[in-house]
Design a protein around this ligand. Structure first.
Ligand SMILES: [Zn+2]
Length: 713
């Protein structure tokens, strides 16, 4: 009976086959017969997403501020729940609670020669943009800042990364006992107050310089998309490179009545007060600095001579946070698998926003809802996923991946056993498709992009992603000529799944064609998005098609499409990079790592050979035998994790990908080895190399086992 099913399914669809232009492409993990069935269902799924719906959902949910922990965030969750249920999906809300602070009072003044300047700390309304007048606007603040009431001289520290303090020291400037002002850029924002506090500063201000984020880049809002003079970038300053999620419940779910650390015990809370400000508020502060003229690389685009400070003025910075516990609402929809209900595919996007959040996160949410509607439509047409599909709309991402981390901690054992892949999306725009993730999924992602047309050209998404650019990229780097998944650091909800549990993960979205500067401000709203980003709402549905296809393939593949050649090639590149790192006093010997990697390459090649031979037998193979092989394949990423985790941050267990200790969002590949070399800790580097050898050996053994089982199909 089983053998006949794919053919029966084709027969059932034959009447409508003419409607679809099923691709003739092979799909990894499917044989010809099952691929043909799969292609037809994928076409049906991709016919569902609609621009009008994406637009309406964004408009509806961005109509009010919906910061995590507020009643408006609960309303957003309840709206999503109602939508999912209307589609016919089984959905519920999982409630957590966490420390989600809001400011009680904020004051920033500078006194120079008896004259007092008081910062506005407010983003005014823009005439043509009705949402910018929203009275429920969220104050400008950094989540998890310390409290403080400090009066001190001010020092300009450029981006506020460790190298900047070396430059200051060379000029004889010490920030001890002073307040520092850093510009956004050069690192994740949480690194700036952390490094400032390490150097003895008593307060930290972070401003958006127009050179990086404002009029130097292009016309400012509402004339253009760039940050206006009063625009402020809110954001979390949790020390997320130690662990994300509720600072008071590291490693366990934060629910009513559960155990909590005290505030002094929580290592991810910032100790000094820190606050984001606009360039309008920063200008008088920077203008009144004395001391050496800042090096050229430090100078922004304000109409002043940039000095490093301090000056004759005194800054008074007072900040009081309420440090309150507030509720979180994760929305979860489930389609139960018909054959392997204990193998799960999870797709998530956060729903909480700093203010209105049209771009971040509703551009992703509105597309994800269309993915959900596609899958719901298919189930009504008789489609049954073999594996269980779960879709999550997370709360509390902006505070520090809180809703997803608490969910992961609550279900860690079950996720460890059952979760095949985590797929993430977040803000999405109007440019090219971009994807990051586990290298074992690179072939899988390439095939999906090969099979979906681009919005702006007659190419596939895959070809469009690597087509030469007519305009130079904003960061000045050359366009890639070959599609690769970029390794993941942090900055969205994949982190708890990938870097703590070791679940193969993906992050997908369209990048921004023109850029723009309303990130985490009051102006990230429907007016901005519908004038300056995906104006015709064509890329949102395209993202829904990409994620629906990814979910469908993973849910129904006879063999899960993991591939290990790209992993070994990438690790080899990372080792080359580490060898070339500058200023190595003791040259690290990577011979053992390279030898083990060579063995893993051989195991991976053996698996590919067995895969090729078994590919014609997939429709006739026993489901139990396939399940055993799939178990090894999807658990493979777990082999790349190790306890305890990385030095000084045991929560981060993955040996190939981690956010950098001093970069924040930006990835460090082979993080244990790389950071030890960067910090000139040769003994630690040797120890970390041994651990990498260990994980590669474990993975190699598993691949050999999978090859053997495939050979016996
Ligand atoms: Zn986001």
């Amino acid at each position: 009976m089983r053998n006949l099913r794919p053919f029966a399914a084709i027969a059932a669809l034959a009447g409508t086959a003419a409607l679809y232009s099923a691709t003739n492409n092979s799909i990894r993990g499917f044989d010809a017969a099952s691929a043909a069935v799969e292609a037809r269902w994928e076409e049906a799924a991709r016919a569902v997403p609609e621009s009008g719906r994406v637009r309406r959902v964004m408009e509806k949910l961005s109509n009010q501020a919906h910061l995590a922990g507020t009643p408006q965030s609960k309303e957003a969750a309840e709206y999503l729940l109602a939508q999912l249920r209307e589609f016919g999906l089984d959905a519920h809300i999982e409630q957590y609670e966490a420390m989600l602070p809001q400011p009680k009072s904020r004051l920033l003044e500078m006194t120079v020669n008896g004259k007092v300047f008081t910062a506005k700390l407010n983003e005014p309304a823009v005439d043509e943009d009705k949402n910018s007048k929203d009275p429920g606007m969220v104050p400008t603040f950094n989540a998890y800042s310390g409290d403080g009431d400090v009066k001190a001289p001010l020092v300009y520290v450029n981006y506020g990364v460790p190298a900047d303090y070396e430059t200051l020291a060379a000029k004889g400037i010490d920030v001890k006992g002073k307040i520092v002002i850093a510009r956004y850029g050069g690192s994740w924002r949480g690194i700036k107050p952390k490094v400032a506090a390490e150097h003895g500063a008593v307060g930290c201000l972070i401003y958006s310089d127009p050179r990086d984020d404002g009029y130097f880049q292009g016309d400012v809002y509402p004339k253009g998309p760039f940050r206006p003079r009063d625009g402020v970038q809110r954001g979390s300053v949790m020390d997320m490179v130690l662990y994300p999620g509720d600072p008071l419940s590291p490693g366990w779910a934060s629910e009513p009545g559960s155990k909590r650390l005290t505030i002094p015990e929580a290592s991810t809370l910032m100790k000094i007060p820190v606050m984001p400000i606009s360039y309008a508020d920063a200008l008088p502060l920077l203008e009144n600095l004395d001391g050496p003229v800042a090096p050229e690389a430090w100078r922004g685009a304000l109409p002043i001579t940039y000095h490093m400070g301090p000056g004759t003025g005194t800054v008074h910075f007072k900040l009081e946070m309420d440090n309150a516990t507030r509720p979180l609402y994760d929305v979860i929809a489930t389609i139960k698998g018909s054959e392997f209900p204990d193998q799960w595919i999870l797709f998530g996007n956060h729903h909480d926003a700093w203010v209105h959040g049209a771009d971040d996160p509703l551009s992703g949410v509105s597309a994800q809802l269309e993915t959900a509607r596609s899958l719901a439509t298919l189930t009504r047409q008789g489609w049954k996923p073999k594996r269980t599909i779960m879709m999550a709309f997370w709360d509390g991402e902006e505070y520090g991946l809180v809703g997803s981390t608490e969910f992961m901690e609550k279900h860690a054992d079950e996720l460890n056993q059952k979760l095949v892949t985590y797929i993430n999306s977040d803000s999405t725009a109007n440019g090219r498709i971009g994807a990051g993730g586990s290298h074992t999924l690179e072939t899988f992602v390439k095939e999906i992009l090969r099979d979906i047309p681009d919005v702006d050209s007659n190419k596939s998404l895959l070809d469009a992603a690597v087509a030469p650019r007519t305009t130079p990229r904003r960061n000045g780097t050359a366009a890639p000529t070959e599609f690769h998944l970029s390794p993941l650091g942090s900055g969205s909800d994949y982190t708890p799944f990938l870097q703590h549990l070791g679940i193969a993960s993906l992050n997908v979205g369209f990048d921004a064609e023109t850029g723009g500067g309303i990130y985490h401000s009051n102006y990230d709203d429907f007016y901005w998005y519908s004038h300056f980003s995906d104006k015709d709402f064509t890329h949102g549905p395209a993202l829904a098609k990409v994620t629906a296809t990814a979910v469908l393939r993973l849910a129904n593949a006879p063999l899960l499409p993991f591939e290990f050649g790209r992993l070994t090639a990438s690790i080899s590149t990372y080792l080359d990079e580490i060898e070339k790192l500058p200023n190595q006093k003791t040259k690290l010997d990577l011979t053992a790592v390279r030898a083990e990697l060579k063995k893993l390459q051989k195991s991976s090649a053996d698996l590919e050979k067995a895969w090729g031979a078994a590919n014609t037998k997939l429709s006739t193979a026993s489901p139990q035998k396939l399940a055993a092989i799939n178990q090894i394949l999807f658990q493979s990423e777990r082999n790349l994790t190790l306890d305890p985790g990385l030095p000084g941050r045991p929560w981060f267990r993955h040996r190939i990908y981690a956010p950098g200790k001093y970069t924040g969002y930006a990835v460090k590949t082979l993080p244990g080895i790389r950071e030890a070399v960067e910090l000139n800790q040769p003994q630690e580097a040797v120890e970390q190399s041994k651990q990498v050898v260990q994980v590669l050996a474990t993975l190699g053994g598993q691949l050999e086992q999978a090859a053997k089982l495939l050979g016996a199909l």
